[in-house]
Write a protein that binds this ligand. Structure first.
Ligand SMILES: C[S@@+](CC[C@H](N)C(=O)[O-])C[C@H]1O[C@@H](n2cnc3c(N)ncnc32)[C@H](O)[C@@H]1O
Length: 204
């Protein structure tokens, strides 16, 4: 499963793959100590000083809902989830954590949300070559209220090197344009065998 998750295929193939994986994803991922959702939630929690119970979180590429589960442990309560895979959305629905779940293929469709309407926007393990194009970071930023946070995790696997360089370049452009400022960027171990980054940005 893990090898296939990083294989070179089209977005349609990848979404079909995640759909087929959906009902065993949580058990399989537990075996590899995948820590992206917990690190994203921890990083946000260390900086977020607003009302957590009132804050509305947009979880982009929510998968089965592991990010919302982790964020709930830090006091967040209101989640809207988006994913391209119907099977993943059905699993997320079962957890009864999300007020709303929407299907959207990032890079092909615009995020189906209002501009500047979320206190937090998070994307975990989907900013990757063959998954969501790096250009979606502008949409994530637009969905966030001024002063809100955008949290992103991504892998530093060899196949992602070019993608990550382009992503970081886009993030720098956005900082120069005054759209957001970097709060924290940690290179960390987000999965046992793969170092990755957690980026935390504050929108301006
Ligand atoms: C590795 S899983 C991560 C799920 C969850 N965020 C987590 O950390 O457990 C990647 C998710 O991204 C979704 N995804 C990948 N590419 C996508 C795209 N272009 N548009 C929408 N969803 C996408 C997949 O369906 C899958 O649910």
């Amino acid at each position: 499963m893990f090898k296939e998750a990083h294989a070179k295929t089209t977005v349609g193939d990848k979404l079909a793959f995640y759909g087929a994986w959906a009902n065993s994803y949580d058990q399989d991922i537990a075996v590899i100590d995948y820590s992206g959702p917990s690190l994203a939630a921890k990083s946000l929690s260390a900086h977020f000083s607003g009302d957590r119970e009132a804050a509305v979180v947009l979880d982009v590429a929510c998968g089965t809902g592991l990010v919302a589960e982790q964020m709930k442990t830090y006091g967040f309560r209101n989640f809207v989830g988006i994913d391209g895979s119907k099977g993943m959305l059905e699993e997320a629905q079962r957890k009864e954590l999300y007020q709303d779940l929407k299907q959207c293929i990032l890079g092909k469709q615009l995020l189906p949300v209002q501009r500047r309407s979320f206190d937090v926007v998070v994307i975990c393990a989907a900013l990757s070559v063959h998954l969501a194009p790096f250009t979606v970071v502008r949409e994530l930023c637009n969905a966030c209220k001024p002063g809100g946070y955008v949290v992103m995790t991504c892998f530093h696997s060899p196949e992602n090197l070019e993608y990550n360089t382009a992503l970081e370049c886009e993030l720098k452009h956005m900082e120069k344009e005054g759209l957001r400022s970097c709060v924290e960027c940690n290179v960390t171990e987000i999965q046992k065998r793969r170092a990755g980054s957690v980026y935390l940005y504050k929108t301006v």
